[in-house]
Ligand binder design. Structure first.
Ligand SMILES: C[S@@+](CC[C@H](N)C(=O)[O-])C[C@H]1O[C@@H](n2cnc3c(N)ncnc32)[C@H](O)[C@@H]1O
Length: 251
């Protein structure tokens, strides 16, 4: 099932790129997450798909304990290095697939996940698992790459993401996110679509995208309708992207 093998194949050899990524480690973005969650010092948090560990480390500085999970062992090894470098010792690292979490119901006060949902092969199952392990009243924070509402951007921008990374599954637009959230036992406090830039060539380099696929990305961008292009300005050294941010509480 799913693309978990592709995820491990793509992320394993490039794990250190993600620990060192200034996009993933952006201090302002991490502070924004902490402000949104407003964690209490006694909280127990789960970081789903920790990658290079940025989310787990930011949470660990504010809460009692963090469990950081990822399906790719090499990513967890990098996250451990990051924690050691900052003398953080309240994170437990575990290899886990989000679709089938080895945790009891209602175990965590906070479940957070950044830049990962677009890899999950069964998003409904994954989100249901994340909600299952959250305590009633517990907080869910998600930040993920997103696309502008509309059939064209939902199709074409996902093609671009897939050309760059063959383990890309799907980036959901706000309207699709709202449909997903409706089915979950959550009270959504705030959602926001944020416009960002992918710096080039760093975005391609981080995933080792080959030259042919880089050219194809620009061919697709050039072929967008004028209406779609308005939302996706691009140049030689950047592509426009969107992120969707969610803060919710478990019912
Ligand atoms: C871009 S990285 C995450 C970045 C990180 N959350 C941060 O804040 O810097 C995406 C991660 O998702 C993980 N991943 C993808 N599918 C997964 C799954 N089914 N279960 C757990 N982790 C998964 C990958 O192994 C990879 O480490």
């Amino acid at each position: 099932m799913g693309n978990q093998t592709e995820v491990k194949k793509n992320f394993g050899p490039r794990a250190s790129n993600y620990r060192l990524s200034s996009t993933h480690g952006n201090p302002a973005d991490l502070q924004r997450m902490i402000d949104r969650i407003n964690p209490s010092s006694g909280a127990i948090a789960l970081d789903v798909a920790t990658g290079g560990g940025h989310t787990a480390l930011a949470l660990a500085k504010c809460v009692k304990d963090v469990v950081a999970i990822d399906i790719t062992p090499e990513m967890l090894a990098e996250a451990k290095i990051a924690a050691r470098e900052e003398n953080i010792d309240n994170i437990a690292f575990q290899v886990e697939d989000v679709h089938d979490l080895n945790f009891k119901d209602h175990q965590f006060d906070i479940v957070a996940s950044r830049f990962a949902v677009h890899h999950f092969s069964d998003v409904k199952k994954a989100l249901k698992e994340m909600c299952r392990v959250l305590k009633p009243g517990g907080k869910l924070y998600i930040l993920d790459c997103s696309v502008f509402d509309g059939e064209e951007s939902e199709e074409k921008i996902n093609q671009i993401e897939l050309l760059r990374d063959s383990s890309h599954q799907f980036s959901y637009s706000p309207r699709l996110w709202l449909q997903l959230l409706e089915e979950l036992p959550l009270t959504v406090h705030k959602t926001e679509l944020l416009q960002e830039k992918y710096e080039l060539p760093q975005w391609f380099d981080r995933m080792g995208t080959d030259e042919k696929h880089r050219e194809e990305v620009f061919r697709i961008l050039n072929s967008l309708t004028a209406e779609c292009k308005e939302n996706y300005p691009f140049g030689k050294d950047y592509i426009t992207t969107y992120r969707f941010e969610i803060i919710a509480a478990k019912n």
